[in-house]
Each structure stands twice: as structure tokens, then as C-alpha cells.
Design a protein around this ligand. Structure first.
Ligand code: ADP
Ligand code: MG
Length: 347
């Protein structure tokens, strides 16, 4: 059987089913944004790792190394945020191709360290190797959670409301603009040559995403989110993960999906703005569900959120338009190994 027949998530599911799952101290193993591991009755370790591979996740023609370093750290912090944890430690493992210079790696670590410093995370280890297949980056982040308050993908219940932080689609649109000739090809390996200011924010959101660490922690500490995930693959796919793993469905109201003005007004995009929100991915916003009686509490919190829909008994996901017409929402975000529709990047 080809891996493309089952896709990334089918493959992960097979790995999960074959894994040893009886470890009592593994509160949450394969299948969520991070594992939650009980070290003692008082300490829960959160652990996550993500790889970025040149030619799959990034192209050195469209990113500078500082941004790449920032992003490699940020995407992992985002997974800790999605569990409602606090990131503490980081390990970085690199496969470095001969084309990269010492100065490039220095710039990369300036980005990594800037991101880690902002969130109070210490770089404590890793590995360094040569690579013949381009630049390969693996970042692992360890964090701390409260075992009773860790938020998983499995807790959404019918009637819960669906919320998302910030705006969606900016990163996917930013990537497309970054790759288009009009916006200016990057000069050597650093800096975009004069991107038009209106699209600059979209591009920045793609290159240097902001992990919603504080918001995730607050949502978990207040005990109001029933399920949570970070939007790494696009709303359709990530809501799909919550629905599948919670055994529920969802209705999402199209006009409520938060799109930035920069995205709405951007010229030269190949698709309508909504498409970037549904399947663009890499926004690293938090998508979460909460029971209706906790909304009052949510509204008192200093978090930029939008209510976009409701969890349903019926296990399908539906997109409802302004005329209350519904259509099926299928997961169209990024999936490694699947052929067909892809995120606009080289991935
Ligand atoms: P995310 O996008 O939040 O980083 P992924 O979709 O990459 O999550 O992974 C989903 C889950 O599968 C996570 O719990 C991750 O740790 C686990 N996972 C992915 N690949 C593997 C693997 N090769 N072996 C074990 N677990 C894996
Ligand atoms: Mg995640």
C-alpha cells in the first residue's frame, strides 16, 4: 500500500495503534498537539516536536534564516499553547547542507533565541549533523501543564460553541504573495525587497507566526475550553481533528470566520480570502470549543476571539452561509503524502 493511499493522518493512526499505550504515566500520548506525561502527582510534562524540511516546509528563496529560526521555535510553542501549557525548555537538532555558512546558522539562532526569549523558554540541547538533502530542522519543546486543566482535542460536546483567536488565512495568503514575482523576490538570504506595505503584514504572519501562548494558558487556567487545537493545517482540517477525536460534528457560519482587512483587500490572490482561512494553514491561532454557560467568563478575558460556530451531534462538518444554506465542509488543509490539493507552498 502506498502511503499516499492513507495520507499523513492515516499513517499516524497506524503508528499510534501499534504503539505501546499502557504507560500509566502517559496521560495523553500520540494524537494531540503535545503529549502530557505525569512525572509526579504534582508535575505534568508537555512534550512536542516538529520538523521543518527545506523544499517541503520552506524555501530559502522566500525566507530569511532569522525568520526560519523564529518559526521553527514558534510552531512548537504553539503546540504547547494548544494544550494550555507553559513552554519551558527547547532542543534543536539540525541537518546542515554544505551551502549554508556559519553566518547563516548564527542568523537562524538569532531567530530561534528571539522567539524563545519572548516566551521565557531556555534552549538546553539538541544535535548538529551535516545533510546532503537540504536544511533539516527538528525542534522539541518541553512545557508544564496542570494535569486537571490540560485541554485536549477530545472534549468537544454537542452544543459547545466554537471559537478562534485572531484572524485566519493571513499566513496562506502571505505565502502565495511571497512566492509571486510582483511582491519582490528575497534579496540574498535576508529580507524581502520592499514588499508593499499592505501585504507586508500577511507575509510577516507567514514568516514569523505568533504562538498564542498566553491566551492558551489563560483559557486552560480558567477551565473554560472543552477542546483546543492550534490552526496549523487550516480551519477545515484542524476543526476536523477536534470533531473526529471528540466524536462530534460542527456547523460553521461563513460570515463569522475572522478575516483581516489586509487579507480581504489583498490584490492578486488566486483564490477568494475565505479559502485561505479554510485550507491555508500555518496561522497558529487557537481553535477551541466551550460550553455555552462559560461564555460570560470568556468575555471577561483579554483574548481576541470570534465565535464561529457550534458543535453538533451529527458527525459531519457543515459551512452555513448568510442565507442559512449549508454545504459540507471537508478537510482541505495540508496533509503530507496526499496528492491533489496542496497548501500553496512548496510543501
Ligand atoms: P501538530 O500539527 O499539532 O504538530 P501532528 O498532526 O504533526 O500534530 O501530529 C499529530 C499527533 O501525532 C501528535 O500527537 C504527534 O506527536 C503524533 N505523531 C506524528 N508523527 C508521529 C510519529 N512518527 N510517531 C509518533 N507519533 C507521531
Ligand atoms: Mg498542533
Amino acid at each position: 500500500m502506498k502511503i499516499s493511499d492513507i495520507g499523513e493522518f492515516g499513517l499516524i493512526d497506524r503508528i499510534r495503534r501499534a504503539s505501546i499505550r499502557s504507560a500509566k504515566r502517559a496521560l495523553i500520548g500520540i494524537g494531540d498537539d503535545a503529549a502530557a506525561l505525569l512525572l509526579s502527582p504534582f508535575a505534568t510534562l508537555l512534550a512536542t516536536t516538529d520538523m521543518l524540511i527545506e523544499g517541503v516546509h520552506f524555501d530559502l528563496k522566500t525566507t530569511d534564516l532569522y525568520s526560519l529560526g523564529w518559526k521553527a521555535a514558534a510552531v512548537n510553542l504553539s503546540d504547547i499553547a494548544a494544550m494550555g501549557g507553559v513552554p519551558r525548555f527547547c532542543l534543536t537538532a539540525l541537518g546542515i547542507p554544505p551551502s549554508l555558512m556559519v553566518e547563516d546558522i548564527t542568523e537562524f539562532y538569532q531567530g530561534v533565541n528571539a522567539c524563545l526569549k519572548k516566551y521565557g523558554v531556555a534552549l538546553v540541547g539538541g544535535d548538529t549533523c551535516s545533510s546532503r538533502v537540504g536544511f533539516v530542522i527538528t525542534v522539541t519543546v518541553l512545557g508544564e501543564g496542570d494535569r486537571k486543566k490540560v485541554v485536549t482535542r477530545t472534549g468537544a460536546r454537542p452544543g459547545d460553541l466554537i471559537y478562534v483567536t485572531g484572524t485566519l488565512g493571513d499566513s496562506g495568503a502571505g505565502l502565495e504573495l511571497l512566492r509571486s514575482v510582483e511582491c519582490g523576490v528575497r534579496s540574498k538570504k535576508s529580507g524581502i525587497r520592499n514588499p508593499k506595505s499592505k501585504i507586508k503584514r500577511l507575509i510577516e504572519r507567514h514568516l514569523c507566526p505568533i504562538p498564542r501562548v498566553e491566551w492558551g494558558r489563560r483559557l486552560a487556567a480558567a477551565g473554560i475550553a472543552s477542546a483546543m487545537i492550534d490552526v496549523s493545517d487550516g480551519l477545515s482540517s484542524d476543526l476536523g481533528h477536534i470533531c473526529k477525536q471528540s466524536g462530534v460534528g460542527a456547523e460553521v457560519f461563513v460570515e463569522r470566520i475572522p478575516l483581516s482587512n489586509e487579507l480581504r483587500l489583498a490584490k492578486g490572490l488566486k483564490q477568494p480570502p475565505l479559502e485561505y482561512a479554510l485550507s491555508g494553514g500555518e496561522d497558529y491561532e487557537l481553535l477551541f470549543t466551550i460550553p455555552p454557560d462559560r461564555i460570560k467568563k470568556l468575555n471577561t478575558m483579554p483574548i481576541a476571539v470570534t465565535e464561529i460556530g457550534i458543535i453538533t451531534h451529527e458527525r459531519s462538518m457543515r459551512l452555513i452561509d448568510e442565507r442559512e444554506q449549508g454545504r459540507l465542509l471537508t478537510a482541505t488543509g495540508y496533509n503530507h503524502f496526499r496528492s491533489g490539493r496542496r497548501r500553496g507552498s512548496v510543501r
